[in-house]
Design a protein around this ligand. Structure first.
Ligand code: DGL
Length: 250
């Protein structure tokens, strides 16, 4: 199977990392809209328009499936993309909710949803959590983490004070949905902040769980073909991918 992975920028590489670890695909085509990132501060019309333009890009490839790794796109543009796509389009919100349900196994659990402003304002996670019986939820837009992660500040003073800024006074939740592509990169710091007493839900792992229960994967691909594209500075995205994904030199 060949898959496309779409994100507003480099963050979707965290989802690619999970796909690679589970060796699901023969070929992965990644597109990051680096010229127009961040999407998380934009309105619905813009997010949908950019997402449909990305969809046109993916139509140039013979993919079987498109994953929108971006939570913001998944929250706003999935229906519009599905209506125009000749292949399946999967977002990360529904898989995230299913993974939460499987991990916590208790609908009275207190769930904290983190995401960009747009994702949190959409209430996409809250609405679906509630439909699955989870009504003890808190949502927090934590967009400052995005540039901090892009700067590579995965620990240290700046990250610590931002964690404090967002989480001060919050009681430790039973589970935290990392509802933004970037957040798995600071998963350890978030878990530490809550003394490792909370369960973190990671979009990449959630997507793998979802894919494995909805599609048949008969072969493992330990060395898939991966092509990286970006709307600006693709070389920089390729270098980040090399570093984050620990790719073998080809
Ligand atoms: N990829 C985005 C998301 O998962 C985060 C970065 C952005 O704001 O574009 O919501």
């Amino acid at each position: 199977m060949k898959v496309g992975v779409f994100d507003s920028g480099i963050g979707g590489l965290t989802v690619v990392k999970s796909l690679l670890e589970h060796q699901l695909f023969e070929e992965i085509i990644y597109f990051g809209d680096t010229a127009r990132v961040p999407y998380g501060v934009k309105d619905k019309n813009t997010i949908v328009r950019y997402s449909l333009e990305a969809l046109e890009f993916f139509k140039n490839f013979e993919i079987d499936l498109l994953i929108t790794a971006c939570n913001t796109v998944s929250a706003y543009a999935l229906e519009e993309m599905r209506a125009q796509a000749p292949f399946d389009v999967i977002g990360v919100v529904e898989p995230g909710i299913i993974a939460t349900k499987n991990a916590l196994n208790d609908t009275s659990a207190n769930v904290l949803v983190l995401g960009t402003n747009a994702t949190i304002n959409s209430k996409a996670y809250e609405t679906l959590l509630s439909a699955h019986g989870f009504n003890n939820t808190t949502s927090k837009a934590t967009g400052l983490f995005v540039p901090i992660i892009e700067e590579g500040l995965f620990d240290g003073e700046i990250l610590e004070s931002t964690l404090e800024h967002y989480f001060k006074g919050l009681s430790c939740p039973d589970g935290i949905i990392l509802g933004c592509t970037h957040f798995p990169l600071i998963a350890d710091a978030i878990a530490d902040y809550f003394n490792n007493n909370t369960t973190l839900i990671h979009s990449g792992e959630a997507i793998v769980e979802y894919l494995e229960s909805h599609y048949k994967f008969e072969t493992k691909y330990s060395n898939p073909e991966i092509k990286f594209f970006a709307s600006e500075n693709p070389e920089s995205l390729r270098q980040t991918a090399q570093k984050w994904l620990d790719l073998p030199e080809k």
